[in-house]
Design a protein around this ligand. Structure first.
Ligand SMILES: *Cc1c(COP(=O)(O)O)cnc(C)c1O
Length: 491
């Protein structure tokens, strides 16, 4: 059994990120001053990502809106930057709604999604944002609040689930979110009870899957519900297809193939382990046969983000005899999307200090970092990418491999159970940069376990004069000295 061939998973990097990471003195100084872990966000990148989604919608001749799913990252700088673009925002908690309102998003550009607390609903209804309701009871509560306070008419979307309208083909997976399509009668009953206070704007779905057929069914289910609503005398115009457009994390698909093949062979005992204690990420060996499902995000996804949206729009609608795009256009609907992960593509880097490199088993190492699995939750989310070494000083560094472990006294605190091959094995004091971590991996699960510090967040920008930085909470888009590519704002 040979253990020698490296299995790299080289991350895809934008030019901006590439340029930042070669600026070693700046990063060393920031990490020295502000500690480890350190989160970096890149507001100028998220502008470009919004533009790309908008171009895709416009290329289909549609009217539409891009809602940033705020839950994927806590940064205030990114929200404020987006406030100065055409983007809108999707908020899923009271605090996210407060941040959106306090960052310059007018209520007409805010939508609330997900299951809500009474306080969250109250502020949503009070401030007149669009409410994407998750249950029939929630819809009734919205009507009650609006009526009790004599508030202006509120725009409502209804999130649907359990699309059972597609004949003999596969049903959608059960979801704990949304209203089942066979409960539509109850939705209309509540809407009819509050005609002065609720306006049905349309229907929504959000599916956390990468499968186009499943999404096409849900999309088509929403279009059918829109028809039904028109028959019943409503005048809805929006189909909201949620997020889940995905990100391509890897520079080279062949590396992904090589790694997943090696993982399967290692699980079968045909080669030396490629993971700590032979972790199979869902694969197992049953009497010499490979069983289970690989529970990893498909990190190589050439068709992701706006291109995935394009593919979905070009898909045949299961029940409508046309493409989904043609059905939207024919009915003069608006297309709303709620991307989180894909709007944050290339928008952030997590930086961590190497505390110790020591021998583990065989010829490999433990690389202990000054952050934990809550600070960069790639492993938890099943996304595998090699970190980028930022050397702290000139010294001899040989090639080598290692498992990355965190700063909690927990056996489970692994930053990566996958063995990482380094052309230059880090030494204590070096930094490792985890690129493309803004969507979900940066601060989604960060907490104060062991009273370890939560990362400070910096907003970095590059202009003709070079890089500049601000603490996240200090960052506001500068209306006077911004890049010349700035567009007119929508509100
Ligand atoms: C999480 C979420 C999103 C964003 O999903 P991504 O996979 O990050 O694009 C959009 N809409 C809703 C309702 C969500 O819960």
């Amino acid at each position: 059994m040979t253990n020698s061939a490296p299995l790299p998973l080289t991350p895809k990097k934008s030019d901006l990120v590439e340029d930042l990471l070669t600026n070693t003195p700046l990063i060393l100084e920031l990490a020295h001053a502000l500690g480890s872990p350190l989160n970096v966000v890149l507001p100028q990148q998220i502008r470009d990502n919004v533009d790309e989604f908008q171009r895709t919608i416009a290329a289909h001749g549609m009217r539409g809106a891009v809602y940033y799913a705020h839950k994927a990252n806590r940064s205030a700088a990114l929200v404020r930057e987006l406030a100065a673009t055409q983007a809108r925002i999707d908020v899923a908690s009271l605090a996210e709604l407060q941040r959106a309102l306090g960052s310059g998003f007018a209520p007409a550009r805010i939508m609330t999604t997900g299951p809500k607390t009474p306080e969250f609903l109250w502020l949503a209804v009070r401030s007149g944002v669009t409410v994407n309701v998750d249950t029939v009871d929630e819809l009734a509560m919205v009507g009650d609040i609006a009526q009790a306070h004599a508030l202006p008419k509120l725009e409502i979307l209804v999130r649907l689930s359990s699309f059972s309208n597609s004949g003999a083909t596969m049903l959608s997976r059960p979801s704990r979110f949304g209203v089942a399509t066979d409960e539509l009668d109850s939705v209309f009953a509540v809407l009819d009870k509050y005609p002065e206070h609720l306006t049905l704007l349309g229907f929504a779905y959000h599916l956390d899957t990468i499968g186009i057929p499943e999404k096409a069914r849900a999309f088509d289910g929403c279009l059918l519900a829109l028809e039904e609503a028109r028959v019943r005398g409503h005048d809805p115009r929006v189909v909201d297809i949620g997020g889940g457009f995905g990100v391509d994390y890897l520079a080279d698909g062949a590396e992904w193939e090589a790694f997943t093949t090696a993982l399967a062979e290692a699980v079968l005992g045909r080669r030396a382990p490629v993971t700590w204690q032979g972790a199979g990420y869902g694969l197992r060996n049953e009497g010499g046969r490979l069983r289970g499902n690989l529970g990893l995000y498909p990190a190589h996804r050439p068709v992701s983000g706006p291109r995935y949206l394009d593919d979905l729009l070009n898909t045949a609608a299961p029940n409508l005899g046309s493409t989904l795009a043609a059905a939207v256009l024919d009915n003069m609907h608006e297309l709303w999307i709620e991307p989180g992960r894909s709007l944050l593509d290339q928008c952030g880097v997590v930086i961590a200090r190497v505390l110790e490199v020591r021998p583990a088993t065989d010829d490999t190492h433990f690389i202990r970092l000054d952050l934990n699995a809550g600070d960069v939750s790639l492993e938890q989310h099943g996304v595998h990418l090699d970190p980028v070494l930022i050397p702290s000083r000139a010294c001899e560094r040989g090639a080598g491999s290692g498992y990355m472990i965190g700063n909690l006294c927990l056996e489970a605190d692994f930053i990566s159970r996958r063995k990482i091959w380094f052309e230059q094995l880090p030494v204590a004091g070096d930094l490792l940069a985890f690129v493309n971590t803004a969507g979900y991996f940066m601060d989604f699960s960060a907490d104060h376990a062991l009273d370890q510090p939560i990362a400070r967040v910096l907003a970095l920008s590059r202009n003709a004069a070079g890089w500049s930085w601000q603490l996240d909470e200090q960052y506001w888009p500068d209306p006077f000295h911004g890049p010349s590519t700035r567009r007119t704002e929508s509100n």
